[in-house]
Design a protein around this ligand. Structure first.
Ligand code: C5P
Length: 407
């Protein structure tokens, strides 16, 4: 467990389980060294006063959008400065507000400004939890990458029995630790991730490329760092900011990517080949910009070198995870690629499915292994899909000797 000096904003909403949050806060600050700020909604203050939370966090509790000093951008600062926001207890109301973009008090405004670094520790009446409206709101937020600590079954304060009790303190703290620090699955491992498109130049200013944005590859790099991997990200041109803790090498063409890959292959344990290497490459490159007046009727093309096949030929032991984008007969075509390129796993994207594809922040994929296993990762944020791919690959490694198809 390493939560030392992490900046956690604890949001308290109006549920009876709030009394457990006082003990949770004490443990986070006193035992785990967390730097906590507390925000209470109006309803939360009906159950408990701020004093106990001020005492445990050693800081004033924030309750109001408009009171105290300079307030104009306080919600934005609180959102930006926190490593994560934990809402505990989280009522059906705060989930519904977030799912619908409502920002009508300090807490909901911070949550909206913070994006998907909020975790909801759910606690509510079983009927409110099981109401399809609440379940739909939860599902919508999960797909956007928000975290959920599910409630437990048992006796509820309203005399009902069922799912709705706040999870145990230990489970909440473990969830926070995994969210921030991963499970250390890649400790001591060298991981190469390729991302983005490549550009194949016709002349100094024109090129052939594709719509890849690099989002999936950057998410894989981010998750691999979280899992303690020593991560090298080789990326084609993208607008994305690389995640902290990753070594980045930027390239443009497929040939450049292949060169950097082979130069850095030494001692690699994993290659996540998510780059959309452009298949076609102009047969000739004009050193000078081709003029409009020149009668250019066609651009002869050749196929780009197959980077992953060359990498495999020289690195038989590395675990290679490839990615395919296919619509018709996608499953079979993906498995054929897995076999012909001698990869260990392949992740199949079907861009005709809703919430998938190049620009999307979400994905919905199937993954196949060289020994015939198959996994479905249903629609979720690319970050969560990356986490599931990495966890599944690493956990199954013992049943799949990497490069098993290598001669
Ligand atoms: O483009 P294709 O569907 O064949 O891509 C499957 C896998 O092969 C991907 O992981 C991609 O990064 C890789 N690839 C490659 N070199 C190419 C084309 C694709 O390594 N020229």
């Amino acid at each position: 467990m390493n939560l030392q000096s992490k900046q956690i904003l604890l949001g308290l909403t109006g549920g009876i389980a709030i009394y457990k949050s006082a003990s949770l806060l004490r443990r986070l600050v006193h035992d785990e060294g967390v730097d906590a700020r507390v925000v209470m909604t109006k309803s939360a203050q009906q159950f408990m006063t701020p004093l106990i939370f001020e005492t445990f966090s050693k800081k004033p509790v924030l309750t109001d959008m408009f009171s105290g000093g300079i307030v104009s951008t306080r919600h934005i600062d609180l959102a930006n400065d926190s490593d994560l926001i934990l809402i505990c207890p989280a009522t059906a109301d705060i989930v519904a507000k977030t799912a619908n973009g409502i920002a009508d008090d300090l807490l909901s405004t911070i949550v909206l400004a913070a994006g998907n670094k909020t975790i909801f520790a759910l606690a509510m009446n079983v009927n409110m939890y099981e109401n399809p409206i609440t379940l739909e709101n939860i599902q919508k937020l999960k797909e956007l990458g928000y975290g959920f600590i599910e409630p437990e079954e048992g006796d509820l304060a309203c005399n009902n029995k069922g799912k709705g009790r706040l999870a145990e303190e230990r489970i909440i703290i473990e969830y926070l630790d995994t969210w921030l620090n991963g499970k250390h699955l890649l400790k001591g491992k060298k991981v190469i991730v390729t991302a983005g498109p490549t550009r194949e130049y016709i002349d100094p200013v024109r090129f052939i490329s594709n719509r890849s944005t690099g989002k999936m590859g950057f998410a894989l790099a981010e998750e691999a760092v979280k899992e303690d991997g020593n991560v090298l990200l080789i990326t084609g041109p993208t607008m994305l900011k690389p995640p902290p803790g990753v070594e980045v090498i930027r390239v443009e063409s497929a040939r450049e990517m292949g060169k950097v890959l082979s130069e850095n292959a030494g001692e690699a344990d994993f290659l996540f080949m998510s780059a959309a290497v452009e298949d076609f490459c102009p047969a000739n490159f004009s050193e000078n910009k081709i003029k409009k007046s020149e009668p250019l009727k066609e651009i002869p093309l050749t196929l780009s070198p197959d980077l992953v096949s060359s990498f495999r030929a020289n690195n038989p032991k590395v675990c290679i995870v490839g990615f395919s984008v296919e619509i018709e007969d996608g499953k079979n075509r993906s498995i054929q690629k897995l076999v012909s390129k001698n990869m260990d796993y392949i992740v199949w994207n079907d861009p005709s499915k809703e919430g998938t594809g190049f620009e999307s922040d979400t994905n919905d994929v199937l993954m196949f292994s060289a020994n015939g296993d198959e996994w479905y990762f249903k629609k979720n944020s690319k970050r969560k899909i990356a986490e599931m791919i990495i966890q599944t690959v690493v956990r199954n490694i013992s049943s799949l000797p990497c490069g098993m198809l290598a001669p």
